[in-house]
Structures are given as structure tokens and as C-alpha cells.
Design a protein around this ligand. Structure first.
Ligand SMILES: Cc1cc2nc3c(=O)[nH]c(=O)nc-3n(C[C@H](O)[C@H](O)[C@H](O)COP(=O)(O)OP(=O)(O)OC[C@H]3O[C@@H](n4cnc5c(N)ncnc54)[C@H](O)[C@@H]3O)c2cc1C
Length: 625
């Protein structure tokens, strides 16, 4: 965490100095977000970091979510929480899913443990798979928004009632908001509207789009309970299949005592809704007891209970370039999260994929609104996220089929095993790989960093920071601040001195693309943040010999940024060069976009290739008068 660059400020450093523009015109904003679920709050927390963007987020409920809904937090979402600054709080409060058990019908009646496996592959992520109430995740986002420069807070009791586009003008989208519980109606004009308004999205309907896919909808009974039991694996994630009472998933919850039970019920027919079944907690308790029999299961308190129906469906587009609400060449209305895709809770994807959608969209909106990128960048949101949502749903469906296939031959076992591992990577959220586009480079030299695939999220590794010998994760330098990162991995023997490959790359990049996109007077790393990692141990290198571009002066006082240079960790944590397949002879230059995805891998001398790519996606900074 870095602070004091603009002079000393006492107090909590996570509370950023407040931007002067907090009193913007609330009826004409840059971005209007509909819905305070995980998708809306991720976007709001991202946009709140930029004091020059005016954002409103409205919600029909009267206040924040208090309990229930999703609870599984994938490793990839934890990596994103780290970028927002609250992963440690989640780690501290949450249940960690380290192992999973499978229980099946026993020969002599009842159930027996059939298998117990590691939940997350080794080195899949530096972050654990955790379980924490969705309501707490919302709380953390709300706190980050309130501490951000724009001090963003939601407007509750406001419901979207209509959406129109008037082509031309600076704020083409007009939203009618109905005040609930005594709140006044409002009309808000916006440059961009993002519908994070859940599976029955009014924004999606206004765009004339619908969720398409599987029509049979699975009904799940879900309960958070405090119970007394002699079932031995009650503090482990368990998939339980009984002989005649049905199947159940046990998810232990935070706090050491609570458990969530997911009980699969019969699929809904035709127009039938979950409410028509009158599922009660007593029914679910009885069913859970029968599945767990002969173990004792005595529920002392039902904390939350719901009948939750969901099919695997996806919208054909995630923006208004399809449908009826057309606004010209580039999109102005978007949908994210459950508004454009729904998943079976078995794979634990709903909340995670929803947050990933708006982490993808947030930096793009910010870059366009701040004049750093062309508005065509916004098309890449639907292109990237729709394809991934479809892929995830297809994969989940195939996996479910394979899982329940009764006549699987033993020769299929290897395929099944490989599929099962891939499924683990999907549910961990690290399997996403975007195709080449305006924001993912083509023709890269992937062999220089085989373990950092172009299009996949930047896979972190351990390093030691040179200036203060701090062991840390390299990926944690990628904050949710809208900046691009260029990470230079030094070739063997390079110590950073003049005429070395790293020094040459620093010179070329800082006089080239970095100067081109940085407004005069702004910090040198305001748009592109340059970092380097060396192969030697941290005691073998001299900070004073490092290129000036890696020790820039910043802020009002022109203080030195000492935190851009790292070394491989030789203490046993693992060498990042080996772990991520970096070519030790040639090194590598890795471009990472603001949502932590690897955009390109280049040789250290290929400044021209990197600059040409950046020219497509970043606009030159306006010259000062
Ligand atoms: C009742 C319920 C139970 C669930 N249970 C589980 C579970 O057990 N396990 C699991 O994995 N997932 C569960 N989910 C799914 C999971 O919560 C979602 O996948 C996730 O919350 C999606 O996030 P989102 O931000 O896209 O949408 P949501 O979390 O649905 O958020 C949408 C928000 O928009 C608001 N809104 C809707 N329309 C308007 C409007 N017109 N104007 C203003 N505001 C509006 C809503 O009030 C809501 O706060 C459940 C969802 C629901 C609704």
C-alpha cells in the first residue's frame, strides 16, 4: 500500500482523499448502474476510484442485503478482491474449502465416504477457495466505495421503470426511476447505463434481449442451519448421494458452526415457479435427515432458507448493439451478471461470473470516459464475456452429463479425470482465456513465458521486493486502478545496469509509449506502470544502479517510488522464472491489462511490437496548452 506521495496525512490510509467533484449533477451522469448485487457493486467500486467520473448506483431494495444467496468465492474472485484491497478480510472471516468428500450409498444401508480429494490443484492460485455470505461481500464492496475518492453510496428505494435512447447529445440514455417507500421519482440521463439487475432484468427487456437456453429449470432447496450432528464430515464440503432419499451438497460456512445444505428437488415444469411448490424449511430438514441417515441431524436454528430455481441460460449479446435499443456504432447500454446469464448453483458460478463481468467492463468504461481509449473498446466487453459465459455453460452441462452417466466405461476414466480437473479450473475461475482482439495481442512470442498464457489472467508468483526485501506476490501489484502494467523479466546475468536488456527496454518504453499516453504533470506511471523482476537474489543487486524509469519521482513532492523492482525468491517459496516458464536466457516483456489479464508477451527488445499494440488501444494524451 502506498501513500504520503502528496504529503503526510494522518489517519486510516485506506480512506483516499475525497475528490472535489462529489457534488455533480445527479440528473446527468457518466454511468448509471441498476442493481446492488455483486455485479453492480464490483462496477461501482471500480468506477468510484476515479474522481473525474460521475457514477450513480440505484437499487429497488431499501438497504443492503443481510443474508442468504450465493456463498462460494472462487480463487479468481479472491485475486480480484486483492486488487480492490479486501482479500485479507475475506480470508480471515471465511471458511476455506481445502478438501471435498464424496459420500455414496453403503452396501449395508445408509451412506459411506467413497472419496476425499484436495479441492484446489497445487499452484492454481495463491488464493484459497473460500465460503462467505454474499451479504459480507456486498459489505466489503460498499466500504471500498465509501472510502474511494468519489465516496460513492447507493441510492436505495429506486427502481428502474423505463429506458430510452435519444441519439445525439452527450448523455444519450434516459432512465425513468420510480421512487419506492416515499422516495421521489427521478429521470436520470447517462452516457452509459449498466443493467446489473438480476435474472429478471428490466434493462435486458428494454433492449429486447432474452435469456436463451435450457428450458427445464432445476429447483434447489437451500438452507443455512445451526445443527447438532454426528456426521463426521460436517466441516468439509461434501457431495452426498443416498440410495433413495436423493442428493445433497454440504457447504460448511464461516464461523465454525453454520452449514449450508443444497438439496436437489424435482425440476420445475412449464410455467411452474419455485413459489408454487411451497418448499418449507421443515420439508428440507426432513429430507436432509433422510439423506444423512443413520447419522443424527438435529437442526437448532434455520438461519436462511430458500427454494432457488435456476436454468443454464445466456443472452445473445451483453450490450445494446443487438436488440431494439440502438445507439450508433458503439454501445451505451450493457447488462452484466444474472441479467445476461444464469447458472446451476452446483458449479457455484453465479456471483463469481457476475463480478468477473463487471471487472471486465469497469476499466474499459473508465478508460473511454477519461479519454484514454477509443469508444470502440467498449464493444470488446460483450464479445469477451458473452463467449466465456456460453463456454462455461456448455462445459458445465457436458460435465453434468458425464458425471451422471451410469454406463461410463473404465476406458473413459482418463477423459473423465482430465475433464474433472478442467472443471476444477473453471469453478476456480482461472480457465478463462480471451481470444485475440483489440485488447488481446496477436502473434506474441508465447515461448518466452509459457506459464503466462496470452488471454489468461496473470498467474502470480512469489518475489522479493528489492528496496525493502519484502516477500510478496508479484500479481498483487496489479490493483483495481485502471492502469496497464508492463513487467520486464530480466535475462540471466542482467543486473539492471546501463546497456543491459532491462535498461534498454526501460529507455525505449519510457521515451516511447509511456510518454505518449501520459499527460504532462501526471505521474509517469499514471497510465502504464513499468515493473521489473530479476533472477538474482535481492542482496546481489544494487538499487542505485537501476534504470531511472524503475525509480520514478511521483506526487506533489516528487518522492521516489521504490516499489517497482523485484527479485526471484530463493528462500524456498519457488522461483517465479521456473514457476511461470520464463525463458532464462532471453527474459520476457509481459503486458497486463487493468483487469489482470495477460495481453501480450514480447521479447525485451521488441519495443516496437508492444508500442504498436498499445497504439491501437490507448489514445495519445492531449498536449497541455
Ligand atoms: C433469492 C436468491 C437466492 C440465491 N441463492 C443462491 C445460492 O444459494 N447459491 C448460489 O450460488 N447462488 C444463489 N443465487 C444467485 C446469486 O446470488 C446470483 O448469481 C448473483 O447474486 C448474481 O449477481 P447479480 O449482481 O448479477 O444479480 P443479483 O444479485 O440478483 O442483484 C440484482 C440486484 O438488482 C436489483 N434490481 C432488480 N431489478 C431492479 C430494478 N428494476 N431497479 C432497481 N434495482 C433492481 C435487485 O433487487 C438486486 O439487488 C441466488 C439468487 C437469488 C436472487
Amino acid at each position: 500500500m502506498q501513500y504520503h506521495y502528496d504529503g503526510f496525512h494522518p489517519g486510516d490510509p485506506s480512506v483516499k482523499p475525497q475528490a472535489k467533484a462529489a457534488d455533480f449533477d445527479r440528473s446527468a451522469v457518466d454511468v448509471l448502474i441498476i442493481g446492488c448485487g455483486p455485479a453492480g457493486l464490483t462496477l461501482a467500486a471500480q468506477l468510484a476510484q476515479f474522481s473525474d467520473i460521475s457514477t450513480r448506483i440505484v437499487e429497488r431494495k431499501s438497504g443492503p442485503l443481510e443474508m442468504g444467496q450465493a456463498d462460494g468465492i472462487a480463487c479468481r474472485s479472491m485475486e480480484m478482491f486483492e486488487a480492490f484491497g479486501f482479500a485479507d478480510r475475506v480470508k480471515k472471516e471465511a471458511y476455506w474449502v481445502n478438501e471435498t468428500c464424496f459420500w455414496r450409498p453403503a452396501q449395508d444401508g445408509g451412506i459411506a465416504r467413497a472419496d476425499r480429494i484436495k479441492d484446489v490443484e497445487d499452484d492454481l492460485s495463491e488464493m484459497p477457495h473460500t465460503i462467505l455470505s454474499q451479504a459480507r461481500v456486498h459489505d466489503f464492496f460498499l466500504e471500498e466505495m465509501a472510502k474511494a475518492p468519489s465516496r460513492l453510496t447507493p441510492d436505495y428505494d429506486l427502481e428502474l421503470d423505463g429506458l430510452h435512447i435519444e441519439n445525439g447529445g452527450t448523455h444519450p440514455v434516459m432512465a425513468q426511476l420510480r421512487g419506492l417507500n416515499g422516495a421521489a421519482d427521478e429521470v436520470v440521463r447517462a452516457k452509459y447505463v449498466v443493467g446489473c439487475d438480476g435474472a429478471r432484468s428490466a434493462v435486458r427487456k428494454a433492449m429486447g434481449l432474452r435469456l436463451e437456453g435450457q428450458s427445464a429449470r432445476q429447483l434447489w432447496g437451500v438452507m443455512d442451519v445451526l445443527a447438532i450432528t454426528d456426521f463426521p464430515d460436517i466441516r468439509l464440503k461434501c457431495a452426498i448421494q443416498s440410495a433413495d432419499a436423493g442428493s445433497m451438497l454440504i457447504i460448511p460456512r464461516e464461523g465454525g458452526t453454520m452449514v449450508r445444505l443444497y438439496i436437489e428437488l424435482d425440476a420445475l415444469k412449464d410455467d411452474e415457479r419455485a413459489a408454487d411448490r411451497n418448499v418449507t424449511s421443515d420439508m428440507l430438514i426432513q429430507r436432509a435427515g433422510a439423506i444423512l441417515s443413520p447419522y443424527r441431524f438435529e437442526v437448532k436454528e434455520v438461519v436462511w432458507c430458500s427454494a432457488y430455481e435456476i436454468g443454464q441460460r445466456v443472452s445473445a449479446r451483453f450490450d445494446n448493439l443487438g436488440g431494439v435499443l440502438i445507439s450508433g456504432d458503439d454501445p451505451h447500454v450493457f447488462i452484466a451478471g444474472d441479467a445476461c446469464h444464469t447458472h446451476s448453483p452446483k458449479a457455484g458460478q453465479g456471483m463469481n461470473v457476475s463480478m468477473a463481468d463487471t471487472f471486465n467492463l469497469g476499466w474499459k468504461l473508465a478508460a473511454v470516459l477519461r479519454g484514454q481509449a477509443p469508444s470502440a473498446l467498449l464493444k470488446s466487453y460483450s464479445e469477451e464475456r458473452q463467449a466465456k459465459a456460453q463456454e462455461l455453460i456448455d462445459f458445465d452441462r457436458d460435465m453434468a452429463k458425464l458425471f451422471s452417466s451410469k454406463d461410463r466405461k473404465s476406458s473413459d476414466e482418463a477423459t473423465f479425470q482430465a475433464y474433472f480437473q478442467k472443471h476444477g479450473r473453471y469453478t476456480a475461475g482461472v480457465e478463462t482465456r480471451y481470444d485475440p482482439s483489440l485488447v488481446i495481442a496477436r502473434g506474441c512470442d508465447q515461448s518466452l513465458a509459457a506459464g503466462l498464457p496470452v488471454g489468461a489472467r496473470f498467474h502470480s508468483g512469489p518475489v522479493i521486493r528489492l528496496a525493502d526485501a519484502k516477500p510478496m506476490q508479484l500479481g498483487h501489484v496489479v490493483r483495481a486502478d485502471g492502469r496497464w502494467r508492463v513487467i520486464l523479466f530480466a535475462p540471466e546475468g542482467d543486473t539492471g545496469v546501463a546497456d543491459g536488456a532491462v535498461a534498454d527496454a526501460c529507455e525505449a518504453l519510457s521515451t516511447g509509449p509511456i510518454t505518449k499516453v501520459t499527460t504532462g504533470g501526471a505521474d509517469r506511471d499514471a497510465v502504464i506502470d513499468l515493473r521489473a523482476v530479476f533472477q538474482q537474489g535481492h542482496r546481489q543487486l544494487d538499487l542505485g544502479m537501476m534504470p531511472a524509469a524503475l525509480r520514478p519521482s511521483k506526487g506533489r513532492l516528487g518522492l521516489t517510488d521504490y516499489e517497482k523492482i523485484f527479485c526471484a525468491d530463493h528462500s524456498g517459496a519457488g522461483d517465479v522464472f521456473d514457476m511461470r516458464g520464463i525463458d532464462r536466457q532471453r527474459g520476457a516483456m509481459v503486458l497486463v491489462r487493468p483487469d489482470q489479464f495477460v495481453t501480450g508477451v514480447y521479447s525485451l527488445s521488441n519495443h516496437a511490437g508492444l508500442s504498436a499494440f498499445l497504439d491501437q488501444v490507448l489514445l495519445p494524451a492531449p498536449s497541455l496548452p
